[in-house]
Design a protein around this ligand. Structure first.
Ligand code: ADP
Length: 159
């Protein structure tokens, strides 16, 4: 049976922490679907289309990784794509507490999907999308925090 994992998140923007989790997980699963959750009431720095383009570029040529957007419940997205696993990354104990409650609710709603957690690498423990957004807002250098294969700055739409 093909082991399919969904890696859901906002990815606003996608960071080296996210990239590392996906790459390490390719050894565990046959197929990883990065699911960009789109919430129309939430203001994001990058549009869903920009995030889709960025993440697809990062994994271009990696046939184990697919990228899609969804705008409903993550468990409904998992059901739609036939995933048996939901992958999440953990950096801190507060990540753990937050993820635990989500995973337990998801477990009640869709028991056939197992949540799988991967600890971040020590060097990525303090990388988070909101700090990267803040640095981007003020024109700082984010190159150490985002995947090497893309220049995320090129996707910022100047108004
Ligand atoms: P969400 O909006 O669902 O919190 P994020 O885009 O912030 O989504 O993150 C998606 C997943 O990646 C979450 O499981 C989060 O804990 C994990 N993650 C975020 N940053 C890192 C990092 N630096 N190292 C490992 N996992 C991370």
């Amino acid at each position: 049976m093909c082991r399919i994992a969904v890696f859901p998140g906002s990815f606003d923007p996608f960071t080296v922490g996210h990239e590392s989790i996906v790459l390490r997980a390719t050894g565990l699963f046959d197929n990883i679907i990065i699911g960009i959750g789109v919430n129309s009431t939430k203001n994001t720095f990058f549009t869903a289309a920009q995030r889709l383009t960025i993440i697809r570029k990062v994994f271009a040529g990696n046939d184990k990784v697919d990228v899609q957007t969804y705008d409903d419940l993550t468990i409904d997205f998992c059901r739609r794509v036939g995933a048996q696993y939901m992958l999440r990354g953990l950096r801190t104990s507060s990540d753990f507490e937050y993820e635990k409650s989500i995973a337990q609710v998801n477990q009640v709603m869709l028991p056939e999907v197992e949540s799988v957690f991967m600890l971040t690498l020590p060097e990525h423990a303090s990388v988070n999308s909101s700090v990267v957004r803040e640095v981007l807002r003020y024109g700082g250098d984010i190159s150490k925090f985002v995947p090497k294969s893309i220049r995320i700055q090129d996707y910022i739409v100047k108004s």
